[in-house]
Design a protein around this ligand. Structure first.
Ligand SMILES: Cc1cc2nc3c(=O)[nH]c(=O)nc-3n(C[C@H](O)[C@H](O)[C@H](O)COP(=O)(O)OP(=O)(O)OC[C@H]3O[C@@H](n4cnc5c(N)ncnc54)[C@H](O)[C@@H]3O)c2cc1C
Length: 413
């Protein structure tokens, strides 16, 4: 260690304490929404995917999303455009799907959720919760029947796992199916099902004497109904429904043959949670982008709002949180593409990134003052949406307990 000089601290420490700005060094500009240059770590193809989705969101989603949210309406007119760009079932190879890697799927979710969590939810459910189980566990006939039409957006899917008595404990499933000749008879109900009322096909998980099985129930099947849940304050640009099954007859050919037990639905949720961990970054970026504009132009006490230390601290904190979430998501994506991603990895990212985005949106709403309660500014819409996103596909507590179990080997659920 260097000896301290009697005149004061060593020269280099003096330099640190000196408030005089150093002469500007030549650095390339830093993107405030990507401080660590995650984009530079992407492949050319990944960047192209991100850019294509960003253009779609700017041109088609942002102009209509505020009014759709206010009207409690899913903008279904976007579905053909999402399909045309190859965003439905984008990770699946074959069956008219794009066959993109996991990082590309993450970037798709991130850009879509920069628009609105409801649009990303639609794509997540269609891709990860409906097309994925048909691809992974379906018969060849089921794949050929549904996947190409789902990729084209001609068949919309929903995923029924949660039941009214408690979604965090899916093993306690009451919806059940019994064999009757070559058919199954399905009874029970599901709650909080995204896309339910607009779905042509429901992937429904039900208890059978052989354990939990996946059933493909088509719209219009006698005894099956899917009323929409109204009066939501969150995800208003997304359809959320209940599903009811009253002696619904499902032929054996519409049961997913490749899986039984909870690992069926849980493996779908792992795919979808991966997309959420990426998606919410987009919502947080939208909030930070708007706050950088707003605080630069709003003048209070004779100076821009951005020229206050506490405002800068809050902006810096948003950037810190977004940056760490981006790095976490990128590493998660690389693990997934290498076939090394485990459920605990996804739980950590879903928990961290949803909490990050919700905190950013709430703080942005506050920094807007009264304007923060207006739908003219994006934070309150993202904030309200993120209240759902932090709850669905495993609440924050459930993901924390998953990490706890990973660390201790003890199940505290
Ligand atoms: C807008 C929206 C869309 C959705 N879309 C779908 C969908 O498409 N398909 C689908 O199947 N589901 C969907 N869900 C359901 C969602 O996954 C569930 O709401 C979620 O899993 C929580 O279940 P629950 O609502 O029954 O809450 P509960 O399970 O009743 O939990 C209530 C509270 O108890 C806490 N808790 C639970 N267990 C424990 C424990 N052991 N220790 C401590 N605390 C605990 C939870 O964290 C939570 O805070 C959706 C939900 C929403 C809001």
């Amino acid at each position: 260690m260097r000896a301290r000089s009697p005149q004061g601290p060593p020269e280099e420490l003096n330099a640190v304490a000196d408030p005089t700005p150093a002469p500007a060094e030549e650095h390339p500009p830093i993107d405030p929404l990507d401080l660590y240059g995650v984009r530079g770590a992407l492949s050319e193809e990944e960047r192209q995917v991100q850019d294509a989705v960003a253009r779609l969101v700017d041109a088609e989603v942002l102009p209509l999303i505020q009014s759709a949210f206010e009207a409690h309406r899913f903008p279904r007119e976007l579905v053909p455009q999402l399909a045309q760009l190859g965003l439905l079932g984008s990770s699946i190879s074959g069956y008219d799907c794009a066959g993109l890697n996991a990082v590309s799927y993450g970037l798709i979710c991130q850009e879509l959720e920069r628009g609105d969590s409801g649009i990303r939810s639609f794509v997540s459910v269609q891709s990860s919760l409906c097309m994925f189980p048909i691809f992974a566990f379906g018969s060849e006939e089921q794949r050929r029947t549904y996947l190409p039409r789902m990729a084209r957006g001609e068949v919309i899917g929903c995923f029924g796992l949660t039941e009214p008595h408690g979604g965090s404990d899916p093993a306690n499933m009451k919806t059940h199916a019994r064999r009757r000749g070559g058919d199954w008879v399905l009874n029970g109900s599901k709650m909080w099902i995204t896309n339910g009322s607009i779905a042509d096909l429901a992937v429904v998980w039900a208890m059978t004497p052989e354990g939990i099985r996946g059933f493909l129930v088509e719209r219009g099947t006698p005894g099956f109904s899917a009323p929409e849940i109204e009066h939501k304050f969150s995800l208003r640009a997304s359809v959320t429904s209940a599903l009811f099954f009253d002696n619904v007859v499902v032929p054996d050919a519409r049961v997913l043959p490749g899986v039984s037990g909870l690992k069926g639905p849980l493996s779908c949720l792992t795919q979808a949670r991966f997309g959420i961990a990426w998606g919410v970054i987009g919502a947080a970026q939208a909030c930070l982008a708007q706050m950088l504009d707003y605080t630069a132009t709003r003048t209070l006490f004779g100076r821009p709002l951005a020229q206050n230390q506490t405002i800068q601290l809050r902006l810096a904190d948003m950037a810190r949180r977004i940056t760490t979430a981006q790095l976490l998501a990128l590493q998660l994506g690389r693990l997934k593409d290498a076939g090394q991603m485990q459920p605990a990895h996804v739980s950590l990212a879903k928990w961290n990134n949803c909490r990050m985005a919700l905190d950013v949106a709430r703080d942005a709403r506050d920094m807007l003052g009264g304007a923060g309660i207006s739908a003219e500014y994006v934070p309150i819409r993202h904030m309200l949406n993120l209240e759902s996103v932090i709850t669905y596909e495993g609440t924050e507590t459930i993901h924390q307990l998953t990490i706890g179990r990973q660390l201790t080997g003890l199940n505290a659920f």
